[in-house]
Design a protein around this ligand. Structure first.
Ligand SMILES: Nc1ncnc2c1ncn2[C@@H]1O[C@H](COP(=O)(O)OP(=O)(O)OP(=O)(O)O)[C@@H](O)[C@H]1O
Length: 264
């Protein structure tokens, strides 16, 4: 039987921005946690910074199409996600690492990443190679046959990153990916981020300002559900002065930009 092609699958593959949001509003429970956010993200690694409760996780969940916008416009990889479109084709091109993710504890790392590749509808013949590559990229090749329940917190996080990249996503969303990674792994992860950002749009939420300085080409700063700054890491540094709070130029710039927003 010939299956009808839906409008999402036949959407043009060329677009100016991987993520384009205007006046975006997203609810988290009863709260409008993203409230009038304007954002344009292209290829590269974008660091998403902001204080607790700024709306970072809610934004990432909306970009992962887990939460539906309550208002405004959102376009991902050229596909409008307002209304109730069929998002299946779009989701195949996304990678998402939530802050917490579920897994069957008896799965081995390889089985977990294979299962996620299958869910993302990676072509059957491509799955073994894609899984091996993803596991190697996060440095878990020597633990591939170990069960998920035997991994340390940092290793679990790396397995989570492997599932997020197994389909070579065009838009990769990582919510606090470096939590639990040891310093050596964080350095390797920064290198992986830079490599992924060469051909994909990567958005990384983190509280580790130094990860942003080292791995990101652009910075988005959120406060109270809106984007209050978008620019380069150098521009963040330039915003800081010696009186601003922080142990590094990047932290002082971050504090200065947030303080300017509070007094606005
Ligand atoms: N399920 C929920 N029900 C009610 N309120 C929620 C829910 N999830 C988030 N919120 C609220 O929405 C706001 C934004 O939360 P969100 O988790 O998006 O922020 P965040 O910037 O990711 O914070 P953090 O840095 O602490 O992870 C907060 O005020 C939070 O309390």
């Amino acid at each position: 039987m010939v299956r009808a092609v839906n409008p999402t699958e036949s959407a043009p593959t060329r677009y100016a921005w991987e993520v384009q949001a205007s006046g975006l509003r997203v609810r988290a429970g009863k709260r409008m946690a993203v409230d009038g956010l304007d954002l344009r993200l292209g290829t590269g690694v974008h660091g998403l910074l902001g204080p607790n409760g700024a709306g970072k996780t809610t934004l990432i969940r909306a970009l992962a199409t887990v939460l539906h916008p309550a208002g405004g416009n959102l376009e991902l990889l050229g596909v409008p996600v307002n209304g109730r479109p069929d998002l299946r084709a779009l989701r195949r091109r996304l990678g998402y690492l939530p802050q917490e993710f579920g897994y069957y504890p008896k799965f081995t790392v390889r089985e977990f990443v294979e299962y996620m590749a299958w869910l993302k509808e990676v072509d059957k013949q491509d799955i073994p190679g894609a899984v091996q590559r993803a596991i190697e990229r996060v440095g878990l090749a020597d633990r591939a046959e170990d069960r998920m329940k035997t991994l340390s917190g940092g290793m679990l996080r790396r397995a989570g990153i492997a599932q997020a990249v197994v389909n070579d996503p065009d838009l990769l969303l990582l919510d606090e990916p470096t939590v639990g990674l040891d310093p050596a792994q964080r350095l390797e992860f920064r290198a992986l981020l830079r490599a992924l950002g060469e051909r994909s749009c990567v958005l990384v939420s983190t509280h580790l300002v130094e990860d942003v300085a080292a791995a990101c080409s652009r910075v988005v700063l959120m406060a109270s559900g809106r984007s209050v700054f978008q620019g380069t890491p150098d521009e963040v540094v330039a915003a800081g002065g010696t009186d601003d709070v922080g142990d590094s130029p990047m932290e002082r710039g971050y504090s200065a930009l947030l303080a300017a927003e509070v007094t606005r």
